[in-house]
Design a protein around this ligand. Structure first.
Ligand code: ZN
Length: 150
């Protein structure tokens, strides 16, 4: 178990585009495990993207209460509808904003064994897929927020 340090909003690594993972090997699985440990070590995180621990690889972990999801090279393949959401981010402590996200998102990715998977997220899970995949492009929710909540 390894808890990694979470990079904060003023760290320029959060603004860089992450690289595609070519081979899902033990090293990648170790990073995913460390990401999960780091996420679970926080108060109420639902997801973490690799750049948040300083690694520019397309890796995401999510747990919105339905169990741990590990994603390699996740990609949104379709979106439906729209929802008003409130988001926060481990890299931007104590800040919450309102924004719009699709109501339903379909993604494909590789799992930790390098197998292709397809997942559909609605509601909070759709929001989370979008938020974490945005991190891989160097986008933070504050770029999209229309209003902040104190
Ligand atoms: Zn975030």
């Amino acid at each position: 178990m390894a808890i990694r340090q979470i990079r904060l909003f003023d760290d320029e690594i959060l603004r860089k585009r992450s690289k595609t993972v070519d081979v899902v090997d033990d090293r990648i699985r170790q990073i995913l495990d460390d990401m999960a440990d780091t996420m679970y070590d926080t108060e109420n995180a639902g997801g973490l993207a690799a750049p948040q621990i300083g690694i520019l690889k397309r890796l995401v972990v999510i747990d919105m209460g339905q169990g741990l999801i590990k994603l390699v090279n996740p990609e949104i393949i379709s979106m439906e509808g729209s929802q008003d959401v409130i988001e926060g981010c481990l890299s931007i402590p104590n800040t919450f904003g309102k924004l719009k996200r699709p109501a339903k998102v379909k993604i494909h990715a590789l799992n930790e064994n390098g197998e292709k998977i397809m997942l559909t997220g609605k509601g909070d899970l759709a929001k989370c897929f979008c938020h974490e995949i945005d991190h891989l492009e160097g986008i933070l929710f504050t770029d999209l927020a229309t209003e902040y909540i104190k």
